[in-house]
Design a protein around this ligand. Structure first.
Ligand code: ADP
Ligand code: ASP
Ligand code: MG
Length: 436
């Protein structure tokens, strides 16, 4: 059994949904994880934002426009009157549900329930299409088995047990259709795995059931060696190790949700990245296999803040770094990069919500400087120290670009560099030119 996940663009129209159906009905037993149709989750976020601001009219105009779009897709997707009618009822049901949320007492709970509608609609539409065309398929509800704990991390024992029993109760089907992204939280409320989280759903289900392979189908032929949104002539990488793929995803390669590689790595299940528009392209295979002596790819993570704490007196005292890190921990703020010198330490964070409190607390230890609008440029590959020359090649590529921090040695496959966001495009292009 395999898990096949299709992103928003892959199910973005009636004709694309039909192509996905063709791909998944391949004579094998498949679990199909779907995102919302492209643009839908953004529209649902807009609706929630209007409701937060007490703007009922604003919410209604987005709701009505989105509903009309779905009526058109329904009409194009089904061929029989029976299913056209069923589809229409489905859309009316979900949009009336969205309309039922009122501006008074609109909280994060209501927002998350609204955000879940995109995946609930796309999977139900898909299942109706499979049923209309006579496929042996069933629609499952991710809310029955996907759960996060109080730390907002997947509750793996719960997922494993409940996913297992749901699939057991539904044995005998060829195709299992299930929503990406949505889950329940520790209190049983509707929640989600963060934007782009359908990839995470796919790897969590794959790991829970121990499938043969997890496939992420999207709009590009696998992981490219640089960000195709900023660099021309990037090329697809045939093979990546789990660690390399995880670093690239975490440091900005949007094709994969940042944490989606880990469950597959732990369960040792290969992940294949494939292109729905070009199903025959080889794509990228992510596994334990590590290509030797090669720089594989470059990625960039935006919205980074660098914080420098300068304190000649205390830095070398034992326990100093622990005290600094404890401050970040107390505000549940993860640190991405760290560099130290004899007189100071620099760290980067991507979550600014508690920045002013963190800075106040850090001032106990010395002077604190902040650089906002930074970008982490991450170079990934087999970068063990014995591969002489890679570090100088990377730094030479960035000649003329002010580099604020450099981090190497934390793992054998990552060099991270911090630059101001105005140099992002130049840095990515220059690295591509010199490294590949
Ligand atoms: P989906 O909706 O299928 O989840 P995403 O938009 O989340 O698709 O991810 C696919 C997009 O990721 C591509 O269209 C591409 O623009 C972007 N992307 C960014 N970095 C990379 C990379 N290194 N390799 C491939 N795609 C990348
Ligand atoms: N629909 C969600 C989003 O747009 C989840 C996903 O596509 O992976 O973020
Ligand atoms: Mg995505």
């Amino acid at each position: 059994m395999k898990v096949l996940k299709f992103g928003g663009t892959s199910v973005g129209s009636a004709s694309r949904i039909k192509e996905v159906a063709h791909l998944v009905c391949n004579g094998e037993k498949n679990i199909v994880v779907l995102s919302a149709m492209s643009g839908t989750t953004n529209n649902l976020v807009e609706i929630a934002n209007h409701l937060y601001k007490n703007d009922r009219d604003g919410a209604n105009s987005v709701i009505n426009a989105l509903e009309q779009k779905y009526f058109k897709e329904i009409d194009a997707l089904y061929s029989t009157n029976e299913y056209k009618e069923k589809g229409k009822e489905l859309i009316e049901y979900h949009f009336n549900h969205i309309r039922s949320y009122t501006v008074d007492m609109f909280t994060a709970f209501e927002e998350k329930a609204i955000l879940a509608q995109g995946e609930l609609i796309s999977t139900a539409m898909f299942q109706y299409h499979l049923a209309e065309t006579g496929k042996n398929s069933v629609l499952l509800n991710a809310l029955d088995f996907m759960r996060i704990d109080k730390q907002n991390e997947p509750d793996m024992p719960y997922i494993k047990e409940n996913c297992g029993s749901v699939f057991k109760q539904n044995s005998g089907y060829d195709i299992y259709v299930v929503q990406g992204y949505i889950c329940r939280n520790a209190f049983g409320e509707i929640d989600n795995l963060q934007r782009g989280g359908s990839d995470y759903t796919a790897s969590l289900i794959g790991a829970a059931l121990g499938v043969d392979e997890i496939q992420i189908w999207t709009d590009i032929d696998g992981m490219h060696n640089n960000d195709p949104r900023f660099v021309e002539n990037t090329r697809s990488i045939a093979k990546l190790s789990f660690d390399e793929a995880a670093e690239l995803a975490y440091f900005g390669a949007k094709i994969l949700h940042p944490t989606s590689v880990l469950p597959a790595k732990l369960a040792n299940i290969p992940v294949r990245l494939l292109n729905t528009m070009k199903p025959d392209a080889v794509g990228t295979l992510i596994s334990h296999f590590q290509e030797k002596h090669r720089i594989e790819a470059v990625a960039a993570k935006d919205n980074i803040t660098a914080i420098k704490i300068k304190s000649g007196r205390m830095l070398l005292a034992h326990g100093f770094l622990r005290k600094v890190f404890e401050i970040f921990e107390s505000y549940k703020t993860p640190i991405d990069m760290v560099t130290t010198s004899e007189v100071g330490v620099s760290v980067t964070i991507d979550d600014n919500r508690h920045l002013s409190d963190i800075v106040e607390d850090l001032k106990k230890f010395g002077t604190v400087e902040i650089d906002a609008n930074q970008v982490i440029i991450c170079v990934v590959g087999d970068l063990v120290a014995e591969n002489v020359g890679y570090a100088s090649k990377i730094l030479n590529s960035l000649k003329g670009i002010p580099v604020r921090m450099i981090s190497y040695g934390g793992s054998n496959h990552n060099v991270s560099l911090l630059v101001n966001e105005k140099y992002k495009k130049e840095a990515l292009n220059s690295l591509s030119k010199h490294l590949f």
